[in-house]
Design a protein around this ligand. Structure first.
Ligand code: AQP
Length: 341
């Protein structure tokens, strides 16, 4: 087994993924990203970023950014990401992220960025602040991944178009400079890759007020679930429901045990259990999973020095890899400048 793990490492199976500290983390981030990361940290060389430069592409309160970064790091640790096994880092502390993004900008056609679905969505959502950073987000994301020559990127479904764009950028760069500098990163998709918000319509998103946060208390969880959208055709308790279109049922599949999933599925279809009972079982199961995480987030948030040490260590380790990559990039693009040595 040890040999197998060693072999995987020799194959340079590096992973990068990250979350932007644009608010407290929610169960979409947990199921679509972090829970999957936990299964990978033993077998791959992983770098988990807190991608703060992405978070400033929309309006935010500068005074809150530091707390959000600490909150994000505390959530990573509380969920079980282990700094002894992986690198935990803060994007803006490694300046090569933005430097590489600039270089990648020069091989990325504007038309590629204009067609990215998240850019169109975010432009509608933030119509008074459609800035270049918003449009350039996928190029910075490509730089985050390529800086470490990551072979795999575990993400939720919403990030797939960004990852496809990263691959297109790799092909462009390698072709333009006649060098195989970057590998094409592949996605790893989790079972909770597309968690809908409590509105039952949109993706669960920090900015859409449709989330259950990892830090929500038992009471918060119930308050939110009790008003969450279910099958709109089910008006009275005894009406037969359609679990396949109900977002609460989708969440059951991610949080409940097999027997409970079967129980609510049958009961809903037969009209023998109402939405409220179904939601109560779900609330209990979500709380069971989140309760130890919530406690740990609070513990870690009270240890900012510990978080600082981890991010400082992460910066050093990431920087070392990033600088090696940048040497190759400079060589490829002709920026060796021997006369300056
Ligand atoms: N609803 C979701 N379902 C599954 N996966 C999700 N992810 C986010 N929301 C869901 C995954 O979490 C990782 C980090 O995402 P992010 O926070 O950096 O960016 P985001 O997707 O823009 O998240 P939000 O909550 O929607 O933030 P805002 O509202 O600030 O834009 C990614 O792997 C993502 O797939």
């Amino acid at each position: 087994m040890a040999k197998e793990k060693e072999k995987k490492r020799e194959d340079n199976r590096r992973i990068f993924s990250g979350i932007q500290p644009s608010g407290r983390l929610h169960i979409g981030n947990y199921l679509g990203a972090i829970k999957n990361w936990l299964t990978l940290q033993d077998d791959f060389d992983c770098i988990w970023g807190i991608v703060d430069y992405h978070a400033i592409t929309v309006r935010y309160e500068p005074k809150e950014l530091e707390d959000r970064v600490i909150d994000c790091a505390a959530s990573y640790l509380a969920c079980g990401l282990d700094p002894e096994k992986s690198i935990l880092m803060l994007q803006s502390t490694v300046k090569e992220h933005t430097e590489l993004a600039w270089i990648l900008n020069t091989v990325t056609p504007v038309s590629w960025l204009e067609r990215v679905p998240t850019f169109k969505d975010k432009s509608r959502q933030h119509s008074s602040n459609v800035n270049m950073g918003l449009m350039d987000y996928p190029v910075l994301m490509a730089a985050d991944i390529l800086l470490y020559k990551a072979n795999y990127v575990p993400v939720g479904e919403d990030q797939l178009p960004h990852l496809e764009l990263s691959r297109e950028i790799v092909r462009r760069f390698n072709h333009r400079f006649k060098e195989e500098v970057f590998p094409e990163p592949k996605d790893i998709i989790s079972s909770g890759a597309n968690v809908k918000g409590l509105d039952g319509k949109n993706k669960m998103s920090k900015s859409l007020n449709n989330c259950i946060f990892l830090e929500d208390s038992k009471e918060d969880i119930w308050k939110k679930l009790s008003t969450a959208v279910t099958d709109p055709q089910r008006v009275r308790k005894n009406d037969p429901g359609r679990p396949e279109v109900c977002n609460i049922f989708s969440l059951h599949k991610l949080f409940s045990e097999e027997d409970k999933i079967e129980y609510v599925k049958k009961g809903c279809k037969a009209g023998s259990i109402g939405c409220l009972e179904c939601k109560k079982i779900l609330a209990e199961n979500i709380n069971k999973e989140l309760s130890p995480i919530r406690d740990k987030i609070n513990e870690y948030k009270n240890k900012p020095d510990y978080i600082k040490d981890i991010l400082w260590d992460g910066k050093k380790k990431s920087e070392k890899i990033a600088r090696e990559t940048m040497k190759e990039v400079y060589n490829s693009i002709g920026k060796q400048y021997k006369f300056l040595e």
